[in-house]
Write a protein of this length. Structure first.
Length: 51
């Protein structure tokens, strides 16, 4: 938990992410999470294939 600035900071970050997802959904936008080791070509193909 210390990596995230402690429990309070981690909880605040989770709440911000939740609000961000809600705003994206409201606008009809998709949120893509890119994590370590992701497949760049697969990510781009997914973006292009999804209207």
């Amino acid at each position: 938990m210390a990596f995230f600035g402690g429990e309070k900071a981690f909880a605040r970050t989770q709440e911000q992410e939740h609000r961000k997802l809600g705003k994206c959904a409201k606008q009809g936008w998709r949120m893509s999470y890119v994590r370590e080791g992701y497949d760049f070509a697969g990510l781009i193909a997914n973006i292009i294939a999804t209207p």
